[in-house]
Ligand binder design. Structure first.
Ligand code: GLC
Ligand code: CA
Length: 553
């Protein structure tokens, strides 16, 4: 197998709006990212993925882009960006931009033109359809609730928006759209950025004839459409292949088969994808309610899904490893235990379980501190369009869910759980801002913050730092084959990795109980403990959330 720098790298995701405010307006900014580059470096990450920083009316926090070549005023300006990029490179870090090209903002000049009249040069940049029997052209639902179609009085047609109505979908079947997107990519690559995270990139090719979905709550049919591979190959050939960069596609509803087509070592499309199967395991039993639930994931399900991705892609394609991001609740609250007694141990255990799998690990800002869900009590604390729309749809309109039940769902599943400000220290607003933060700071910042963690050898931060160092030391961590042990064990996740004459054994107790387990490996005599979240090794006794990583050679 050929080796690549992006396989050995660790990515740190920065959500700039909630990272660091430097001008007291309550919103994080690019200068705030510059301020903390040494922190990211100290953690041992190699690449920064920046969520969208482009000009945007912020209907969906920057995922609705009005100009791909300008910086959002709240975040700074292009001079700030150029300075950030220079300092990132000076510190031997890399930067990955968020490329959001399934849709634009309705305020992008392409759309402003497109909606003017049916003959406009930009009309076919978007997906316009006539009404069908005076109604929407099909029954697709927007990911943020309601129909995916918006009627535009002026020209008497509907336009498609898989997300909010301020995010019209681009028409990728139009060659001019593809070339315009490629120009945007070159603009950033020629500045020197090191790659792209591509937003919902497997939704760009819509199915022929835009047929109705058959069952309510079904994922929209736009995923993995008929020409998606042609368009990505074209993008690769025209643009990406001319630069040494890294790409990761966000691909909801992609199977391992799809992923192998997107990221296969000979596919010439993308380097890796963010798959969603493990994120869907604790969703509601009722498909109409969708992701909203208070369900706890079953360990056997989580193991089965993650292990399938490990083995199906092995030797053929590459995994992106993540537990959370700006769209998902905090992992320590979701798959671990965020109560004082177990928070640190379970956050470390989850980190190790993920980072020792095969793939490129992604750390979402604050994950390295064991930051927890927001624990908001009232609806007005939420800012996220998805959360607010879901509340109105499920509680007020459909009356499917009671208000208190929905608030419980939001505490468990809302994207805002991950969007509370980064907790830097124990001072006012966790050191995030001197102004009023755009979203409330988590009340637990006095205990959980970077200043405390960096100085505490036993912190989650220093555990992550050690993992990142080990990755640079042992090839087996990056390239080894994965094998799951005991798939039916519903308390412990144990697996091995193997490369040449090196083996790893990873054992994680996912419960708050002490359990006994042992795993028989042929040459246990040469076993070295590389990492653990307890001070001593009690062999077959696994204490609450204990994890250990052994090297066997
Ligand atoms: C992706 C982004 C999410 C955004 C959506 C629409 O899923 O991660 O934050 O709302 O796409 O762009
Ligand atoms: Ca600011």
């Amino acid at each position: 197998m050929e080796k690549h720098w992006w396989q050995e790298a660790v990515v740190y995701q920065v959500y700039p709006r909630s990272f660091q405010d430097t001008n007291d307006d309550g919103v994080g900014d690019l200068n705030g990212v510059i301020e903390h580059l040494d922190y990211i470096k100290k953690l041992g990450a190699d690449v920064i993925w920046l969520n969208p920083i482009y000009k945007s009316p912020n209907d969906d926090n920057g995922y609705d882009i009005a100009d791909y070549e300008q910086i959002m005023a709240e975040f700074g300006n292009m001079a700030d960006f150029d300075r950030l990029l220079k300092q990132v490179h000076a510190k031997k870090l890399k930067i990955m931009m968020d490329l959001v090209v399934n849709h634009t903002s309705d305020e992008h000049h392409w759309f402003v033109e497109s909606r003017k009249n049916r003959l406009n040069d930009y009309r076919d940049y978007y997906i316009w359809r006539d009404p069908k029997n005076d109604q929407e052209p099909n029954n697709w639902q927007s990911a943020f609730g309601g129909s995916a179609w918006q009627f535009d009085e002026k020209t008497g047609q509907y336009y498609l928006h898989l997300f909010s109505k301020k995010q019209p979908d681009l028409n990728w079947d139009n060659e001019k759209v593809r070339h315009s997107v490629f120009d945007v990519m070159r603009f950033w690559l020629d500045k020197g950025v090191d790659g792209f995270r591509m937003d919902v990139i497997n939704l760009i090719s819509k199915p022929e004839g835009l047929p109705d979905v058959k069952t309510e709550g079904q994922e929209n049919l736009a995923a993995n459409g008929p020409h998606v591979h042609d368009y990505l190959k074209e993008m690769n050939q025209e643009v990406l292949s001319h630069y040494d960069v890294m790409t990761v596609g966000e691909t909801p509803a992609a199977s391992t088969r799809d992923a192998i087509r997107y990221t296969g070592f000979d596919s010439h499309e993308l380097e890796m994808v963010f798959q969603f199967e493990h994120m869907g395991l604790d969703g509601n039993e009722n498909p109409v309610i969708g992701k909203w639930s208070t369900n706890q994931v079953k360990l056997t399900d989580l193991k089965q899904v993650m292990s399938k991705w490990q083995t199906d892609l092995n030797g053929k394609a590459w995994n992106a490893l993540y537990w959370n991001n700006h769209d998902q609740p905090r992992v320590v609250s979701r798959f671990g235990n965020d109560q004082d007694e177990f928070r640190v141990a379970s956050a470390k255990m989850l980190g190790a379980t993920l980072h020792f799998m095969q793939g490129t690990p992604y750390i979402y800002q604050g994950e390295e501190l064991g930051m927890t869900n927001a624990n908001f009590k009232t609806l007005n604390q939420y800012k996220d369009i998805e959360s607010l729309n879901a509340y109105h749809e499920l509680v007020d309109q459909k009356k499917l869910v009671s208000s208190s039940q929905m608030l419980a769902y939001l505490r468990h599943s809302s994207r805002d759980n991950a969007r509370t400000p980064m907790q830097w220290d124990a001072t006012k607003n966790a050191g995030f801002t001197n102004g009023t933060p755009w979203i409330e700071v988590n009340a637990n910042y006095k205990q959980i913050n970077a200043k405390q963690a960096v100085n505490d050898d036993q912190s989650v931060f220093n555990f992550y730092r050690r993992m990142n160092l080990l990755r640079k030391q042992y090839d087996v961590i990056v390239y080894g084959d994965y094998q799951l042990l005991d798939p039916d064990d519903d308390q412990v996740w144990a697996y091995t990795r193997h490369l040449d004459n090196q083996d790893l054994l990873i054992i994680s107790n996912f419960t708050e109980r002490t359990v006994q387990r042992w795993y028989d490996l042929s040459q246990q005599s040469n076993k070295i403990e590389l990492l653990s979240n307890y001070e001593d090794d009690q062999n077959e006794t696994l204490r609450p959330y204990e994890c250990k990583v052994y090297l066997i050679q």
